[in-house]
Design a protein around this ligand. Structure first.
Ligand SMILES: Cc1cc2nc3c(=O)[nH]c(=O)nc-3n(C[C@H](O)[C@H](O)[C@H](O)COP(=O)(O)OP(=O)(O)OC[C@H]3O[C@@H](n4cnc5c(N)ncnc54)[C@H](O)[C@@H]3O)c2cc1C
Length: 394
């Protein structure tokens, strides 16, 4: 647990001052990302496949079970550490960042909070050791309006039979466990939505088509097909009809980490631009000697820092058990704007080579686009912020 969360008000430090434990964790992930992931980023982007070997290393390093207690094989770390990990990985490859993000901040997080002790015994050790997880809420007809889902769960003795299709499911190609939402009582509207823990091998469950995407190409995004998928009642997460609450609360936390993915991406783009500005010569000087270029880099750095403060603050609030709904929405909204802008500016600093695949800026620009779409589009974040400002219901 972060010591900042327990520090008395008078001794509270700046948000970017890390504890010794956080510093060590951050430098370990940073080194791993630079040494083990960076050499494969381009090849994984082109192939649209994330290397299994790197996922195995995520588990070995404890990055897939950061908040899972030691008794279940995890690291007993903080949510803030999840944010640090996602930021560091995303500075090198945002696809790496999202794999760790979904595992920790949505699936593990929901299980830690809502699962029965039997479910925790069964799944947490696997999630910490070798099982990738997915979070399956969206469908073709229900994206922003997620609770309009058409997937149904029908009670059948000691089990539920689930039928429907999920779309856009991150990590699905690699996942062994799916936290999936279906409506068990459509007459009750959103109050029928129920969360299920589904193992890949359950009868009637199938991972379908994988999307060929603009960015974040190495991260798998697939359709899921449920055809009378038999799920034991012991695999209902939380209570029947409480899935909407689980979905809302986990996404509120998850979007802080999407903010972390975006600040990592933006920092990566800025670092590449700075390195290039120091060595590219025009008019007999490095382009970094031109004030026009310096000012662009300075503006990029300022916006990355502002976004980082929003993300760190939301994460610290979450770890301190304080309300963070508005701050999380602001962090995700602003960081994704900054990521897109900074990656675009980075391409301009590179000039013509910036749009070629020889240099990393164009990939980060493509990767940035998703930040304004998943885990609630920018409009949905703005709606959340505005509701808090205006005190509106709904
Ligand atoms: C790469 C990728 C990975 C994803 N991973 C996952 C995952 O792991 N699990 C999962 O469940 N889902 C996942 N998603 C789905 C994602 O969360 C949805 O795409 C997103 O919520 C938007 O839904 P939609 O695509 O149906 O767009 P729509 O909801 O159709 O929105 C289209 C446009 O309308 C706007 N809009 C909609 N409603 C309103 C409103 N009330 N007010 C103002 N504007 C509005 C939106 O802002 C957007 O600009 C992923 C998507 C992608 C592309």
């Amino acid at each position: 647990m972060s010591t900042l969360a327990t520090t008395p008000d008078t001794q509270r430090a700046a948000l970017t001052i890390l504890t010794e434990e956080e510093k060590l964790f951050q430098s370990t992930v940073r080194r791993f990302a630079r040494e083990q992931i960076a050499p494969h980023v381009r090849e994984m982007d082109e192939a649209g496949v994330f290397r299994k070997e790197i996922i195995r290393q995520f588990f070995e390093l404890g990055l897939m079970g950061i908040e899972i207690p030691e008794e279940h094989g995890g690291q007993a770390g903080s949510f803030f550490q999840c944010v640090l990990a996602v930021e560091e990985l995303s500075a090198v490859d945002p696809s790496a960042g999202v794999i760790v993000d979904v595992q920790n901040t949505i699936v593990n997080n929901a299980i830690l909070r809502w699962a029965s002790s039997d479910q925790k015994q069964r799944y947490l050790p696997r999630l910490a050791a070798d099982t990738v997880a997915s979070y399956a809420l969206s469908e073709a007809g229900s994206g922003s309006d997620a609770f309009a889902m058409a997937t149904r769960a029908v009670e059948d003795g000691g089990r539920f039979l689930l039928t429907g299709r999920k779309l856009w499911i991150t990590n699905a190609a690699e996942a062994g466990l799916f936290l999936l939402f279906a409506n068990a009582n459509p007459e009750a509207g959103y109050r029928g939505i129920t969360a299920f823990l589904i193992e890949r091998e359950f009868p009637g469950f199938q991972v379908g088509k994988k999307e060929d995407k603009l960015g974040l190409r190495a991260s798998s995004t697939c359709e899921l097909i449920l055809d009378n998928c038999a799920v034991p009642k012991t695999n209902v997460l939380g209570e029947v009809g409480k899935g909407y609450k689980i979905a809302i609360e986990t996404l509120n936390e998850g979007r802080i980490a999407i903010g972390a993915q975006m600040i990592g991406l933006a920092r990566g783009a800025l670092d590449h631009a700075i390195a290039y500005a120091k060595q590219r010569k025009q008019f007999g000087k490095t382009i970094g000697e031109f004030q026009g270029v310096q000012f662009e880099l300075a503006k990029m750095a300022t916006e990355v820092e502002a976004a980082r403060l929003l993300v760190y603050n939301a994460a610290r609030l979450r770890d301190a058990g304080r309300p963070f709904l508005t701050e999380a929405a602001m962090a995700k909204y602003y960081s994704s704007e900054v990521a897109e802008k900074v990656a675009s500016k980075a391409i301009e600093v590179f000039g013509g080579v910036g749009i070629t695949k020889e240099y990393p800026a164009e990939k980060l620009y493509r990767d940035a686009k998703i930040g304004r779409i998943y885990e609630g589009t920018s409009n949905i974040q703005l709606l959340t912020i505005a509701k808090q400002l205006l005190g509106a219901k709904g």
